[in-house]
Design a protein around this ligand. Structure first.
Ligand SMILES: [Zn+2]
Length: 248
């Protein structure tokens, strides 16, 4: 849950944001979107740059709402009302909630930990409920109506190009969990990058190859789900297959 003044009830509240509280455009963030960033580093460097060094330092003109460590609880630094200097231009800064994700230094595309994935999901779920929006990724490079963006996708709002968050965010998995993706939910997915459709039934931690169209339709009927396979990214497919212990 989120308090009326914009604090996650379950996160650790950092006692003193230091200079970060001066690195904002104002205190009326609409919270209509969420942006997960990659810290490209660790807590010490993050705190030094954002909280300990003043806004007059040109290398320290940045702030975010909070920090997501590899393990352990989320640390919230500024309330969701803050219009943080996080995503490179006024629009996402005034309308977006931004969290830094620890790591992504070597390699830059370091995968998130299970804890980090769960924290992003938890924040998105709470924020979406608080601001009454549905989690949605942009459908193309100019779509400005989505609610979940990456920093590097903010060029459409006028931000400079950046690598952040360097392919670290497993969107398919995050969306799966947000869409009530409890482990007993069944879905049919199609394997990406194959010339002919290869479809799999995913139920909880199990994943099974569907050899024919008839099998697909039978499975859909049995579980009361759509026979139309959901497209997933290669990364999401690999993650699911590995979890299911399937060699594909
Ligand atoms: Zn970023």
């Amino acid at each position: 849950m989120i308090t009326p003044d914009g604090w996650l009830t379950w996160a650790e509240r950092w006692p003193n944001p230091g200079f970060a509280s001066r690195k904002v455009d104002g205190w009326h963030n609409t919270g209509r979107m969420y942006l997960p960033h990659s810290a490209v580093g660790y807590w010490g460097g993050f705190k030094g740059r954002l909280m300990d060094r003043p806004e007059t330092d040109p290398t320290a003109r940045a702030s975010v709402h909070g920090w997501i460590p590899y393990e352990d609880n989320v640390i919230q630094i500024l309330p969701f009302t803050a219009e943080c200097w996080s995503s490179g231009s006024p629009y996402p800064n005034r309308n977006g909630i931004a969290f830094e994700t620890e790591g992504g230094y070597k390699p830059e595309n370091e995968p998130l930990t299970e804890t980090q994935i769960e924290h992003h999901v938890h924040i998105i779920r709470d924020l979406a409920e608080w601001k009454q929006w549905a989690p949605r990724r942009p459908v193309n490079g100019v779509d400005k109506t989505a609610t979940l963006y990456e920093h590097r996708e903010c060029t459409r709002f006028g931000s400079l190009p950046t690598a952040c968050p360097s392919d670290r965010i497993p969107w398919a998995e995050i969306l799966r969990r947000l869409q009530g993706g409890e482990d007993d939910m069944a879905t049919i997915i199609s394997r990406p990058g194959t010339n002919f459709p290869q479809n799999y039934l995913v139920v909880g931690k199990a994943m099974e190859f569907l050899e024919s169209r008839e099998q697909r339709e039978l499975a859909a009927e049995a579980y009361g789900i759509s026979a139309e396979p959901r497209a997933v990214s290669q990364a999401a497919f690999d993650w699911l297959a590995k979890r299911a212990g399937l060699s594909v």
